[in-house]
Design a protein around this ligand. Structure first.
Ligand code: FES
Ligand SMILES: [Fe+2]
Length: 350
């Protein structure tokens, strides 16, 4: 038993983060987001392309997202400096010819952005040339079947949010329900794990007996596989052969004490809006239960109690901290990450 590390809340740079979903960013409009403590304007131009700029005017810092966007340029509401979606300044109305600076001398910072499978990702950290950027985290197989996006802001640091979501032993207490699992109904679990790029994988296995929700939803006992990767992304893929479900949960730190949790779901089961509505109700309840559980923990941990990580139920939480530390060290040493996780079987009751 050990104490969890105490570097809670430090941001990981060098990753794609979920900033929004496709349907939230409309053509000719911009929105403000805060990611990793940085103000970011996200917009969609007239051609339909998404872009991201630092949301503070290089002149005096006004939020650019409060200005006017005509589908091509963003105009600062204070003195009307205008910026192309690339960040290039194209007009400074107050300047007479020959005065400095001129528009060509000015740039608003732009961020790499990708739109894929209904999700808008922003790359945080570094000025990497776009050919050196990693791929955005992918959703396998049925990714074009975007069905649902749920979002909830957790008022805690990213470590608490992530470890709260990956914790395998809270289900029978936090998510107990008369429909799919009884309160305190815990059973033996044994799962094989292997390393995955930037994380680990719970190997493909038949969903266990008390995962009744799955059986109801997919109409049988599915095989499921779950992958966790830095900086805080969980991808679950479940299939019965006939029906497939895929869920992507992504934690995006807003600031040291606030984390956005996005849950995006894909499936290929007939059921249309009715099924979507039903799943939304249950998934929202799940997410709310997780958020409340994590906030109870946050409130307790505010007193700096001595805490522990037990075998094997808390092993994945230990892996998360180990990976995070290794990433930070690898960044400092300017070398690739050496995944510290070995293939192994974990056993617990949940
Ligand atoms: S603050 Fe933006 S133009 Fe002056
Ligand atoms: Fe949970």
């Amino acid at each position: 038993m050990t104490n969890p590390p105490s570097d809670s809340g430090s941001f990981l740079h060098g990753f794609w983060y979920v900033a929004a979903v496709t349907r939230d960013i409309h053509r000719g409009k911009t929105v403000h987001r805060t990611l990793l403590g940085e103000p970011i304007l996200i917009g969609r131009d007239n051609r339909g392309d998404v872009f991201a700029l630092k949301d503070t005017c290089p002149h005096r810092g006004t939020l650019l997202s409060r200005g006017i966007f005509d589908g091509e340029t963003v105009e600062c509401p204070y003195h009307g400096w205008r910026f192309a979606t690339s960040g290039k300044c194209v007009a400074i109305p107050s300047q007479k010819e020959g005065q400095r600076p001129q528009a060509v001398d000015i740039r608003a910072r732009s961020y790499p952005v990708r739109e894929s499978e209904g999700i808008i990702w922003v790359f945080m950290g570094g000025n990497k040339p776009s050919e050196d950027l990693p791929d955005v985290p992918g959703v396998p197989e049925i990714s074009h079947r975007f069905q649902l996006h749920l979002h909830r802001t957790f008022n805690c640091n990213i470590d608490l949010a992530i470890t709260g979501l990956m914790d395998p032993a809270h289900g029978a207490f936090v998510h107990a329900s008369s429909i799919w699992r009884g309160h305190r109904d815990v059973r033996d679990k044994e799962k094989a794990f292997s390393p995955a790029p930037l994380g680990w994988r719970m190997d493909r296995h038949i969903a266990s007996g008390n995962a009744r929700a799955y059986r109801l939803f997919l109409g049988g006992a599915p095989e499921t596989e779950i992958t966790y990767t830095l900086p805080g992304i969980r991808v679950e893929h479940a299939t019965t052969g006939k029906a497939t479900y895929c869920g992507l949960t992504a934690c995006t730190p807003i600031d040291a004490n606030t984390t956005d949790v996005h849950h995006v779901m894909y499936w290929d089961i007939p059921g249309g809006p009715v099924l979507r509505g039903l799943v939304r109700v249950f998934a929202k309840r799940f997410l709310d239960q997780d958020a409340n559980a994590v906030l109870d923990m946050r409130d307790g941990q505010a007193f700096n109690p001595k805490t522990m990580l037990v075998e094997d139920a808390d092993t994945q939480i230990r892996w998360y901290y180990r990976l995070k530390k290794e990433w930070q060290q690898a960044q400092a040493d300017q070398r690739p990450l050496k995944n510290p996780i070995e293939p192994q079987t974990l056993r617990w009751r949940s």
